[in-house]
Every structure is written in C-alpha cells, then in structure tokens.
Design a binder for this molecule. Structure first.
Ligand SMILES: [Cu+2]
Length: 324
C-alpha cells in the first residue's frame, strides 16, 4: 500500500516535471530559433557573394534553425536531470523500472521520420533549383540556370541568354582560366562580371584537383581528360578566394588565387586589355577544347613564337622522342 502511494506520487512528480520541461523547451526553442535564424544566419559561411553562395547560406540557416530545438532539448534535459533528479545524500533506493512507452515511441518515430523525409525533399529542391547549387555536375549537366543557353562559344554579350564560359584548368600547382568567348586567352586571373550567370568548365592537366571558389559557393573536382561543369551568378562585386580542395601533391597548399567580381563594364574592359596583352601567347595555345592532353605541345609553334628555328634546340617537347 505504501509502495503504491509512493509510485503514484512519483508519477505525479514526473508529470509535473514533464509539463515544465515542455513549457521551458518550447519557450527556449522559440528564442533559440529566432537567434539562430536572425543573428547567426547572416554570418554563416559562405556569405552571399553569388547566387550559389546565397542559397548555401540559406540552407545552413534552415538546418541550424531546425537543429536549435534539438540541442536546446538535450541540454535542458541534462540540466534538469542534474538539478532535480540527482541522487540525494543517503537515498539508496532504485528508480521505478520502465517497461517501454508506446506513445513516446510512436511520437519519436513519427517526428524523426517527418523531419528526415522533409529534409530530403528540401535538399533535393535546393540542389535542383539553383542548378546544382554551385557543385560540379559532370560533363553533361542536367540542371542549367533558368533562361540561359550556350548559343555561342566564341562571343559573349552581357544581358543575353548566351551564358559566359570560363574554363578552369588545374595543374600542379596553379590555376589558369581560359575565356573562349574573348579569343580564347588563358590567364592566371579569374575575373567575373556581376549579375551575369557563369558556366565554369573545370578540367585538369595532370592529377585530380578541386576548384573551390569559397565565397562564390562553387566547388568542382578538376579531373584530367574530363570537363566538370558548375554554375553560379556573382551578385556582389569584390574579391574572392580560390583554393585547391583536393590534396594534389607537395605544393597543394600554395594552389590558391584571388579572383574578383567586377562591374560588367570593368569586366569587358579587362577582357579587351587582356586579349591584346596575351595575343602572342594565345596564338601558340592549343585551340580551345573542353579537355587537354598536356603532352601534346605544339613545339613548332612555340619555337616560332620564341623566334627559334626548329633546327636550333628550341622548346622542350616531352612528347617528342627525339628530345632528351
Ligand atoms: Cu591542386
């Protein structure tokens, strides 16, 4: 009889604790979600310099906001247990044994399933709608930025549907960038116009690198013999960092660049100046292609450009068995 009364009192105390835990959890979760979404969210990486970066920041904000009530629930429960449910000095009794609770199990499984499945749907939409979310889509991208085409690979006019092409070439240990629509020059500078969709065609001359334009939210593996396409639209002018995100040899860590998003007018000015500056070099480059064979260097053309005769030594061609 005494045990029954004790159990009933324990149950009442448990329900009271449960009620206050729930009230506290809801109140703290509302505050926590607002703080994460409004205060932390705008500072989450990778920022909002481009369309893909902005969509990634939004996704991280959504995930962090959803996670806040879970974190708060766990910490609150631990805190409550430490404060009110710890063993009192001299108390040697055991707690009441628990034999399962169908309602809690059902709620737990339902809520977890709903969250996971809803996030799967959200994640899929967030991958498709921003055209791959800045990630490499392989040589035949299935999601392209809305309203863009590749009607010309040899010219580009701002504000038209013809998308700007920038080829990204990785090699041990540098990045170069080729602009086929401006005569096909190749440069170590990555310049982009603001507000215009860009198609990156990422490839490599040797090992696997990874083109990671961090604050643009663009990341695509650079594989030799393969064209890996990624899209973004820069939305703010300013500098951004490019790094290699795939361990590619001893100087992997020095494989970085600073790119810049320019106004459309400045970008066009830059392409014209660079085109003229690099004209002599552009002439000896292999014709623009989506992949390159680095062993196939046209030695004759290079010798010619350097003013050397083919008989007099000249440029080293690794593909030529006659050369040492
Ligand atoms: Cu690399």
């Amino acid at each position: 009889m005494a045990a029954d009364t004790e159990a009933a009192a324990g149950l009442r105390a448990g329900r009271r604790d449960g009620f206050w835990l729930l009230v506290l959890w809801i109140a703290l979760s509302v505050i926590g979600c607002l703080c994460v979404a409004l205060l932390l969210g705008p500072h989450l990486p990778p920022g909002r310099q481009s369309s893909s970066a902005a969509s990634q920041q939004t996704d991280y904000t959504v995930l962090a906001t959803i996670a806040a009530p879970v974190v708060i629930g766990v910490l609150l429960y631990i805190g409550w247990a430490l404060a009110f449910w710890r063993q009192r000095p001299g108390d040697e009794t055991d707690a009441a044994p628990i034999h399962g609770n169908t309602r809690i199990s059902a709620i737990w499984i339902t809520v977890s399933s709903v969250i996971v499945l809803a996030l799967a749907v959200y994640g899929t939409i967030e991958l498709i709608s921003p055209a791959g979310a800045g990630a490499g889509e392989g040589p035949q991208p299935i999601w392209k930025p809305a309203g863009t085409t590749t009607s010309s690979l040899t010219s580009w006019t701002p504000g038209t549907s013809n998308i700007l092409q920038v080829q990204v070439i990785g090699q041990q240990w540098a990045w170069t960038f080729r602009y086929p629509q401006f005569g096909g020059f190749e440069t170590t500078q990555l310049m982009l116009p603001v507000g215009e969709p860009v198609q990156f065609n990422v490839t490599s001359l040797d090992v696997i690198h990874s083109f990671w334009a961090y604050t643009l939210g663009v990341k695509a593996d650079a594989n030799p013999g393969l064209n890996n396409v990624a899209y973004t639209t820069p939305e703010h002018t300013g500098y951004f960092q490019v790094r290699c995100a795939e361990l590619c040899g001893i100087w992997h860590g020095s494989m970085y660049d600073t790119g810049e998003v320019l106004s459309v007018a400045d970008f066009l000015k830059w392409t014209q100046t660079t085109k003229v500056q690099l004209a002599a070099l552009t002439k000896i480059l292999p014709p623009y292609a989506l992949t390159y064979d680095p062993t196939n260097i046209p030695a004759g053309k290079i010798n010619q450009a350097l003013g050397l005769t083919s008989a007099g030594g000249g440029y080293y061609n690794p593909a030529d068995p006659e050369q040492p």
